[in-house]
Ligand binder design. Structure first.
Ligand code: ADP
Length: 188
């Protein structure tokens, strides 16, 4: 795998892009692209539960019993189990249905809630995968703009995080995020 990376400083926060596996990141919190049931699944969700061990799923079950399903656009936080990260933020992105069902706003909300919940828990460094662009089918270029814009806006409003890292699994996703970051750096 190539070790591409890019970054942009916004106030107190470095927004960084790397290609890689989110389960291996040495950050305070990683974000899971979870589903509403919080019971694990495929893709990044499966990888996080495999790497983190059963304690994370146990905690998700407790949350589920207390507050029911986690709606799209929302997030909940658990410990990180065996991961290097202390916390996992389980964010539920929208399923792409053609774009007329508030998918853009729901995706932005999933990112924003994750940023807020992680910083409220004391995390200083946070890593995201590309939420909703795998099994949930959200177009990657469109999702990348929303992800980067939401992170950028958060950094303008809050100095609580020192790094927001996007960990992109494949080259196409990485390139879409890189273009989105360039647009924030040099607005047309
Ligand atoms: P969703 O259901 O929200 O679409 P997926 O897990 O299917 O979530 O995919 C989201 C993105 O995460 C995709 O770009 C996928 O390639 C990527 N991905 C899968 N495994 C990992 C991993 N271990 N680390 C980082 N990204 C991953």
């Amino acid at each position: 795998m190539t070790t591409s990376s890019a970054s942009l400083r916004v106030n107190a926060t470095e927004i960084t892009l790397v290609r890689g596996d989110i389960t291996r990141q040495e950050v305070d919190a990683i974000v899971n692209a979870a589903n509403s049931g919080l019971m694990g699944g495929g893709g990044v969700d499966g990888a996080i539960h495999r790497a983190g061990g059963p304690a994370i799923l146990e905690e998700c079950k407790g949350i589920r019993e207390q507050q029911g399903k986690c709606p799209s656009g929302e997030a909940v936080i658990t410990g990180g189990g065996k991961l290097k990260a202390r916390f996992v933020v389980h964010a539920v992105g929208p399923i792409w249905r053609g774009g007329s069902g508030n998918e853009d706003e729901t995706l932005a909300s999933a990112y924003r809630r994750s940023l807020t919940i992680a910083s409220e828990s004391g995390a200083k460094t946070l890593a995201f995968p590309s939420i909703s662009t795998g099994a949930y089918g959200f177009p990657v270029d469109r999702a990348a703009k929303i992800a980067v814009d939401t992170a950028h806006r958060f950094c303008l409003e809050s100095t609580s995080l020192s790094e927001i890292r996007f960990v992109l699994f494949d080259e196409h996703t990485y390139n879409c995020f890189k273009s989105a970051l360039e647009r924030v750096r040099n607005p047309a």
